[in-house]
Ligand binder design. Structure first.
Ligand SMILES: [Fe+2]
Length: 259
């Protein structure tokens, strides 16, 4: 089967319709391929910058025992519980929909991964990051930095209080917008296993248009990156609530980037 794809990397002028057509062609080829893919494709032409920067050789594996002689480990004394609340880092409340996102970090056998450092970063409600490379025309929120971290408890639970990030434009193609997302980093069970991924919100109309989300070709694997609304997590007159579990390995493994 031949899939016709525009491989010109200098194509930030591509239209959304062109990107959609490429996504659809890859999707069709995948569905006819018969082999389940559970990880994002590193070379995914609709995601233009992946063409030139994706790794073309196997990663070099460091000896974990050697590395761990030199790398830090995190304990309860290093991470303050208030670092999990992204809404209290300044003098006032950030603008936006306040929400709680919580879930469990599990290994491939469904066992909780305890004392796991979970870090998050995200755009503000207007879709703007506090970063000098993000200069698009949306307001900075003086009461929101957009970074937080916590350690999982004995049952593998993490929990953050934050505001719902907005979608934001990027330069992949003309009129390109990322679906709203929160970036997550976990260190796995060893320091050499740092894993980075993105959590999305249910029902986002930008899913079908986003080449990063679509670079995971399998719908079930994509679905595992989408939180569910959980009214038991929501709190009275304070916040909405979302549940998102993270599996570090196994058949229901969460999709991670850059492996
Ligand atoms: Fe982002």
């Amino acid at each position: 089967m031949t899939t016709i794809i525009n491989t010109d990397p200098d194509s930030a002028s591509a239209t959304q319709n062109q990107i959609n057509a490429e996504i659809a062609a890859i999707e069709t080829a995948y569905q006819h391929g018969g082999i389940e893919e559970t990880q994002p494709r590193l070379d995914y032409p609709p995601y233009r910058s992946s063409l030139l920067r994706h790794p073309t050789k196997d990663l070099h594996h460091a000896d974990p025992e050697d590395v761990e002689l030199w790398t830090p480990a995190f304990g309860a004394r290093d991470v303050h519980p208030l670092e999990a609340d992204l809404t209290i880092q300044h003098n006032g409340d950030p603008i936006g929909e306040r929400l709680i996102v919580t879930g469990r970090v599990l290994d491939g056998n469904g066992r909780p991964v305890r004392n796991q450092l979970v870090e998050v970063w995200q755009a503000n409600a207007a879709g703007r990051y506090v970063h000098k490379r993000d200069q698009h025309h949306a307001p900075i929120d003086p009461n929101f930095t957009g970074v937080g971290r916590c350690l999982t408890d004995d049952d593998g639970w993490y929990k953050f209080t934050t505001i719902k990030p907005g979608p934001y434009p990027w330069k992949n193609h003309n009129n390109a917008w990322r679906p709203a997302h929160i970036h997550f980093s976990l260190f796995g069970t060893e320091f050499t296993q740092r894993m980075i991924t993105q959590m999305y919100f249910p029902g986002d109309p930008l899913f079908a248009l986003d080449p990063i989300y679509q670079s995971i070709t399998d719908q079930k694997a994509r679905d595992r990156l989408v939180a569910t609304y959980d009214h038991d997590v929501a709190t009275h007159e304070w916040s909405t609530g979302y549940r998102w579990d993270i599996a570090l390995s196994g058949t229901n493994r969460t999709v991670f980037e850059d492996e």
